[in-house]
Design a protein around this ligand. Structure first.
Ligand code: DX5
Ligand code: ZN
Length: 225
């Protein structure tokens, strides 16, 4: 089974919000090809961040970047079109946030975007079984969604490992993404269990030399699973 290329993507939630577009440009200049944008509605998670207009501003600033939009909002299907129009390339929504899981996946597909499904730490990966053949990516939250800067939950490594096993067993090609408390060290542990998409907020934005940091993160591409 083909292994996805390890991608380390900065989560702009941890950027300087007073210079958001410039921060996006600096990420791309440092070698980051995918930018992670956390959308929060203040209901599904106790925090509010950005909407489609901010995604559009990032797309304008760095049209060459892939925008990976993580929807931590209830009833995501109501907003898919807005985020597609804003320039989202990948749209990930939470299983726990909608009754219309399959419809939402299909809708993202009909908009020619890449669908992903996310689960909170307390949600078992078993519930994802019917949807795994339909999505390009499964996002395993490695912190409770809502805020950057939290500590990585090591218990989530078992979930990553089980999803990796399911992908091999059923010959499915979804990528496993981890988000929350990811550093080079915790990211390495996740890669060793089968994750290939690493979302980094605080650890990425605290780096003085981002180009050097991106090169260091990319060394994870040599980690054997
Ligand atoms: C939580 C957010 C964060 C963010 C990454 O809802 O999704 O996980 O992307 O933040 P850090 O890397 O600071 O945990
Ligand atoms: Zn996220």
């Amino acid at each position: 089974m083909k292994r996805h290329l390890i991608q380390c993507e900065p989560s702009l939630i941890a950027a300087d919000w007073g210079r958001f577009a410039e921060e996006a440009e600096l990420c791309v200049a440092a070698g980051s090809e995918i930018l992670h944008l956390d959308v929060m509605d203040g209901h599904f998670v106790p925090n509010l961040t950005m909407g489609p207009d901010m995604v559009a501003a990032v797309k304008l600033a760095v049209p060459q970047a892939i925008l990976d939009v993580h929807l931590m909002i209830y009833n995501p299907d109501r907003y898919i079109e807005n985020f597609v129009k804003a320039g989202a390339d990948e749209i990930t929504f939470h299983l726990e946030a909608t009754e219309e899981v399959e419809h939402t996946i299909q809708y993202i597909r009909t908009c020619n975007r890449s669908p992903g499904i996310a689960i909170r730490p307390e949600t078992s990966e078993e519930i994802l079984l019917p949807y795994l053949p339909l999505v390009d990516k499964v996002l395993v939250m490695t912190v409770e969604p809502g805020f950057g800067g939290q500590a990585f939950l090591p218990k989530m490594l078992t979930k990553v490992e089980r999803l990796h096993k399911l992908a091999r067993q059923h010959k499915l090609s979804f990528a496993i993404q981890v988000d929350g408390g990811i550093t080079y060290e915790t990211g390495k542990k996740c890669v060793e269990k089968g994750a290939t998409r690493l979302v980094m907020g605080s650890d990425y934005f605290r780096q003085k030399d981002r180009r050097k940091a991106v090169a260091h993160y990319n060394e994870l591409r040599n980690v054997a699973v």
